[in-house]
Ligand binder design. Structure first.
Ligand code: NDP
Length: 450
């Protein structure tokens, strides 16, 4: 039955491989739920949940510093609002297309449900590439993007945030234009600056949460981060704060990367090295290979397009923390990780492991925390930012961090309990998909056919 429903989804959008990959994984986990609770089939919940409530596509014209005009494409996918206003990041990257954003929006629905906060799922972005653009060019692009998006978002309708290529700088420009057009100062975006409605710990939240989630998984085996060697990918927002938390918990991070290559630092990163990376990536907007100029004992390996695996995942380690992008760990990488002794994986990126890689992790019986659970700390703290905006209050750093930590513990518990309840103990993929699904599905039934 589920197979038939999936086939229909696949026939409708055959050219959206990432979206279909995400749907397939969730549907597979839900087979056992449908057997026990056929009411979801009767109400056509799967057919409805895989179809966005609304998709907005628009032109984004902007002018570069030389006076030349460019045209990009903007998107917002309003996937599901059964349990709250649409919520999910904006991604600016040349690879952005409808299928990628639909996969991210679909994942977001279950992730947001897992947080226990009242947030529906959405995602958006553009094929604009911020790399190599001046601040003024990025500002003009963001302003142009918002001159259309502002019609479709609002604090009770849809609340976007950051993602790849969208950090504090971009959120600032987007917020500025929204405020001008609507003539109101309101919590329409999260990830705002701390002086103008942002929340403490929002920049840190995804990476910190990912490590909190991993720590909970380790705890089930009486273990901790202390003394563990960790492979981290990416060097952006999630990667930086994941690395920071691992260091704080006594672990050793030996790799970080960007889209051109990765560095391997056998001695491990410390607070000074991480500060160098933050400055390199967030202020100077440079490339990770510059790390070896400052720390010559580290080795830089450029991406080799002829390889069918990523050598970053082929080092001796205990824990892997992917923080770059989707499908960055394929079957071969997954096997390398297992062969190298990795026994715990917590995903900061969204869907960083291909389906054959996931199968290898599950078969190996290692601790494997999928992105929709492990990286939910970012959107959870966005939810906390929305609450603070509504209350017109600012909680302290300690208070937000403590709430984040509690939420991550609860997400871990929900995954464990849902997997056990449906006979798949220890399977965090099934646990996350099932726990996330049930709340949304029940809300959809309560609200009728809308
Ligand atoms: P950033 O833009 O801050 O950093 C992304 C990092 O990944 C950069 O180092 C980038 O390298 C690298 N990267 C991006 N695309 C590719 C690619 N195709 N191949 C190799 N490397 C790549 O983004 P974030 O840190 O915010 O996001 C990273 C991941 O975490 C994404 O999957 C995102 O969806 C997910 N995520 C983010 C959340 C957040 O709060 N920001 C919340 C939950 C999930 P380069 O500098 O060369 O582009």
């Amino acid at each position: 039955m589920i197979d038939k429903i999936y086939q229909k989804v696949a026939e409708r959008d055959p050219n959206q491989p990432e979206f279909l990959q995400a749907v397939r994984e969730v549907f597979d986990s839900l087979e056992v739920v449908m057997e026990k609770r056929p009411i979801y089939l009767k109400h056509k919940i799967l057919e409805r949940i895989a179809e966005p409530e609304r998709v907005i596509i628009f032109r984004v014209p902007w002018m570069d510093d030389n006076g030349e005009i460019h045209v990009n494409r903007g998107f917002r996918i309003q996937m599901n609002s059964a349990i709250g206003p649409y919520k999910g990041g904006l991604r600016f990257h040349p690879s952005v297309n409808l299928g990628i954003l639909k996969f991210l929006a679909f994942e977001q629905v279950f992730k947001n449900s897992l947080t226990t906060l009242p947030m529906g799922g959405g995602k958006g972005g553009s094929d604009f590439d911020p790399k190599g653009k001046s601040d003024n060019e990025v500002m003009r692009f963001c302003h142009s993007f918002m001159t259309e998006l502002f019609r479709h978002v609002g604090p009770n309708t849809d609340v976007p945030a950051g993602d790849i290529g969208v950090g504090g700088r971009e959120i600032g420009y987007l917020f500025g234009m929204y405020k001008k057009l609507r003539m109101e100062f309101t919590g329409v975006l999260t990830g705002k600056g701390i002086n103008w409605g942002g929340s403490y710990v929002r920049p840190e939240a995804t990476g910190y949460g990912q490590v909190y989630f991993a720590a909970e998984m380790l705890k089930t085996r009486g273990d901790t981060f202390e003394g563990k060697t960790c492979l981290v990918s990416g060097s952006g927002n999630v990667s930086q704060y994941c690395t920071e938390k691992v260091i704080q918990l006594g672990g050793k991070v030996v790799t970080v990367s960007d889209s051109n290559g990765y560095i391997y630092d056998e001695e491990g990163l410390d607070a000074d090295k991480l500060k160098f990376i933050k400055d390199l990536k967030n202020v100077r907007r440079g490339r990770i290979k510059e790390y070896t100029g400052k720390y010559p004992n580290a080795v830089y390996t450029p991406v080799d397009p002829n390889l069918d695996y990523n050598p970053l995942w082929n080092h001796k380690a205990d824990i892997a923390l992917p923080c770059a992008t989707q499908n960055e760990i394929n079957g071969k990488d997954a096997q390398h990780l297992i062969n190298n002794g990795v026994f715990c994986i917590s995903e900061g990126a969204n869907m960083p492991t291909t389906p054959d890689g996931v199968e290898i992790f599950l078969d190996a019986g290692i601790l494997y925390g999928p992105g929709k659970a492990a990286n939910a700390g970012g959107v959870s703290t966005s939810g906390l930012e929305m609450s603070q905006n509504s209350l017109r209050l600012n909680w302290s750093r300690e208070e937000v961090d403590q709430r984040l930590h509690t939420i991550m513990k609860n997400i871990h518990k929900s995954c464990v309990q849902a997997a056990e309840a449906f006979g798949m103990a220890g399977n965090y993929v099934a646990g996350a998909n099932i726990a996330g699904f049930l709340k949304v599905a029940d809300a959809m039934i309560d609200q009728g056919v809308v």
